[in-house]
Design a protein around this ligand. Structure first.
Ligand code: B12
Ligand code: SF4
Length: 470
């Protein structure tokens, strides 16, 4: 899939390697942002997407002859302790193959890359990496190299010294001002929507909260930086003109600030767009009025990042809300006819058999809810959980946690005991998914999408599970 332009400056090929298609193929919003920043700076970008391309990456490189190749690393693994999949080997093989056919400067970036920047640059044969937001760093890197200037002062940049040592410049302390608009390749967008993708819209970057396992403040910065309501309306309008009528607000949490949520939703409700959307919310300070406003603004579904439904576990996980707030927010969502789900992590610090049972019991008390369960808490560097586990004291390094995804499971609980308990629960409660849905569901879901069904389709997953023989 190509977006080719003519201009001066450098030729930059942006590659998205992500082929993973659960819960649906994810449109590479990062490429749209980088494409836009590169054009703005007078460069010539070309986007190549592993899922949609009609030529191989190598063919695109030989035809386009880029000066730079930017590889986007979204996922390093699927974060499923009971069914782990790592995506690192694909990246390593891709860099090796690119090296054999081009002398272009190879730059890595992306949310997955930003969690393990030094480690990924060390295993993949690339020249540079960018940890965190990429627009400014990539443009500055190209400018520095074209002037023969030093690249060492560029925030977020990671590089290899002549002796092979990997060095990382500090990340922007609080992230950049969030001013850039994405540039969407219409063909690529259309191809993703045709496969049931829900393209993303970003209304803010950064998360000021401190949940114990979470990498988002690391990837995007700890300070929220917002787009205004009218800017979000404009972006949605552009998407509508490109044939998109259902989006997902990809903000780590859409309601970190009540004022922001309200002003974006007021602008959207006033604009009366033909656009429905979903988002991640935290069940805190969510009045029925605010949810009603969000509904008027087009919100159809909510993904609550609750993590547990038991107060002692919530406290240990560093969450900013209680079971009572989860219950109240869920009740409002249900009363307003909104689809809603809770993401739950079993086995994190402080989890006990009693908190597991309480979470399962409470899950039966939330009318109309859908649940995504995860067993074990992925341990990422530079998080409170990493410091709690203190792997360095045992001589372990972040690279060990990249190459073999590792999860925290509070003893005496184990992956097997949790898997058994939740599987038993799920046999009677069909509104649960643990990891990816069974592959045989995919065909039915594809058919529904081809018939124009939009959104997360949890109700169909629930129905298919109900109909499945035990
Ligand atoms: C929204 C989201 C989702 C939504 C996507 C909805 C949608 N319609 O798009 C849903 C819920 C579906 C989802 C699913 C999954 N997700 Co998710 N998701 C996110 C989230 C919160 C935001 C991603 C996003 O769109 N950001 C906005 C874009 C613009 O930012 P960006 O991609 O980071 O790009 C910027 C920079 O990274 C950089 N950059 C990007 N590429 C490049 C390339 C170069 C060369 C350079 C220089 C810079 C650069 O510049 C860009 C612009 O500033 C991130 C966490 C986070 N805060 O980043 C997790 C995250 C990406 N997800 C993650 C994972 C694992 C998954 C899943 C596998 C499921 C799971 N268990 O969580 C699936 C996989 C989906 C798939 N098919 O690929 C992980 C990946 C890390 C890892 N362990 O591998 C993350 C980082 C969360 C985490 N656990 O830490 N996800
Ligand atoms: S889990 Fe959500 S609320 Fe908590 S730190 Fe991460 S992004 Fe912020």
């Amino acid at each position: 899939m190509i977006s080719d332009h003519t201009s001066t400056g450098s030729r930059v090929l942006l590659a998205n390697l992500n082929r993973y298609d659960q819960p649906y193929p994810v449109y590479p919003l990062s490429m749209a942002y980088l494409d836009s920043a590169l054009r703005e700076a007078g460069h010539t970008p070309l986007c190549w997407d592993a899922k949609m391309a009609t030529e191989t990456l190598e063919e695109a490189v030989l035809r386009f002859k880029p000066d730079y190749i930017g590889v986007s690393v979204r996922n390093v693994d699927n974060v499923q302790s009971h069914n782990p999949k790592s995506f690192i080997h694909e990246l390593v093989a891709c860099c090796r193959s690119l090296r054999s056919i081009t002398k272009a400067t190879l730059v890595l970036g992306g949310s997955g890359f930003s969690v393990f920047p030094r480690e990924l640059l060390a295993v993949a044969d690339a020249d540079f990496g960018v940890a965190g937001e990429g627009e400014r760093a990539l443009v500055e890197l190209i400018a520095a190299r074209s002037r023969g200037a030093d690249h060492r002062g560029i925030f977020g940049l990671v590089w290899k010294e002549a002796d092979g040592r990997v060095v990382a410049a500090p990340r922007t302390p609080n992230g950049e001002l969030f001013t850039v608009e994405p540039f969407h390749d219409p063909e690529l967008l259309k191809a993703y929507v045709a496969q049931g993708s829900i393209p993303g819209v970003q209304t803010q970057r950064g998360c000021p909260l401190r949940c114990c396992y979470c990498t988002y403040p690391l990837i995007e910065g700890k300070k929220s930086r917002f787009r205004s309501g009218p800017q979000v309306v404009e972006e949605m309008r552009r998407l509508i003109s490109l044939g998109v009528h259902y989006t997902f607000i990809v903000d780590s949490v859409f309601n970190t600030s009540r004022e922001h949520t309200a002003q974006v939703c007021e602008a959207l409700a006033r604009a009366g767009l033909d656009m429905q959307w979903g988002c991640f919310l935290r069940p805190r300070n969510l009045s029925k009025d605010l949810l009603e406003l969000m509904k008027r603004a087009g919100m159809k579904h909510i993904e609550f990042g609750s993590d547990s439904l038991s107060d002692p576990a919530l406290k240990h996980y560093g969450k900013s809300f209680t079971w009572e707030e989860i219950r109240a927010s869920s009740a409002y969502a249900h009363e307003l006819g909104l689809h809603y789900s809770h993401f739950l992590i079993f086995g994190g610090p402080g989890e006990t058999e009693a908190t597991v049972e309480e979470t399962l019991l409470h899950s039966t008390q939330l009318p109309g809810a859908f649940f995504f369960g995860t067993i074990g808490m992925r341990i990422y560097p530079e998080t409170p959980l990493w410091r709690h586990c203190n792997p360095e004291a045992r001589g372990e390094k972040p690279a060990d946690y990249l190459l073999e995804p590792r999860f925290y499971i509070e003893a005496p609980l184990t992956t097997q005991s949790l898997l058994a308990r939740i599987t038993t629960h799920r046999e009677r409660h069909h509104n649960w998914i643990l990891g990816d849905p069974p592959p045989e569901f995919n065909e039915t879901m594809d058919k529904l999408r081809r018939r124009g069904v939009r959104g997360p389709m949890w109700e169909y997953v629930e129905l298919l599970q109900r109909l499945q023989p035990a």
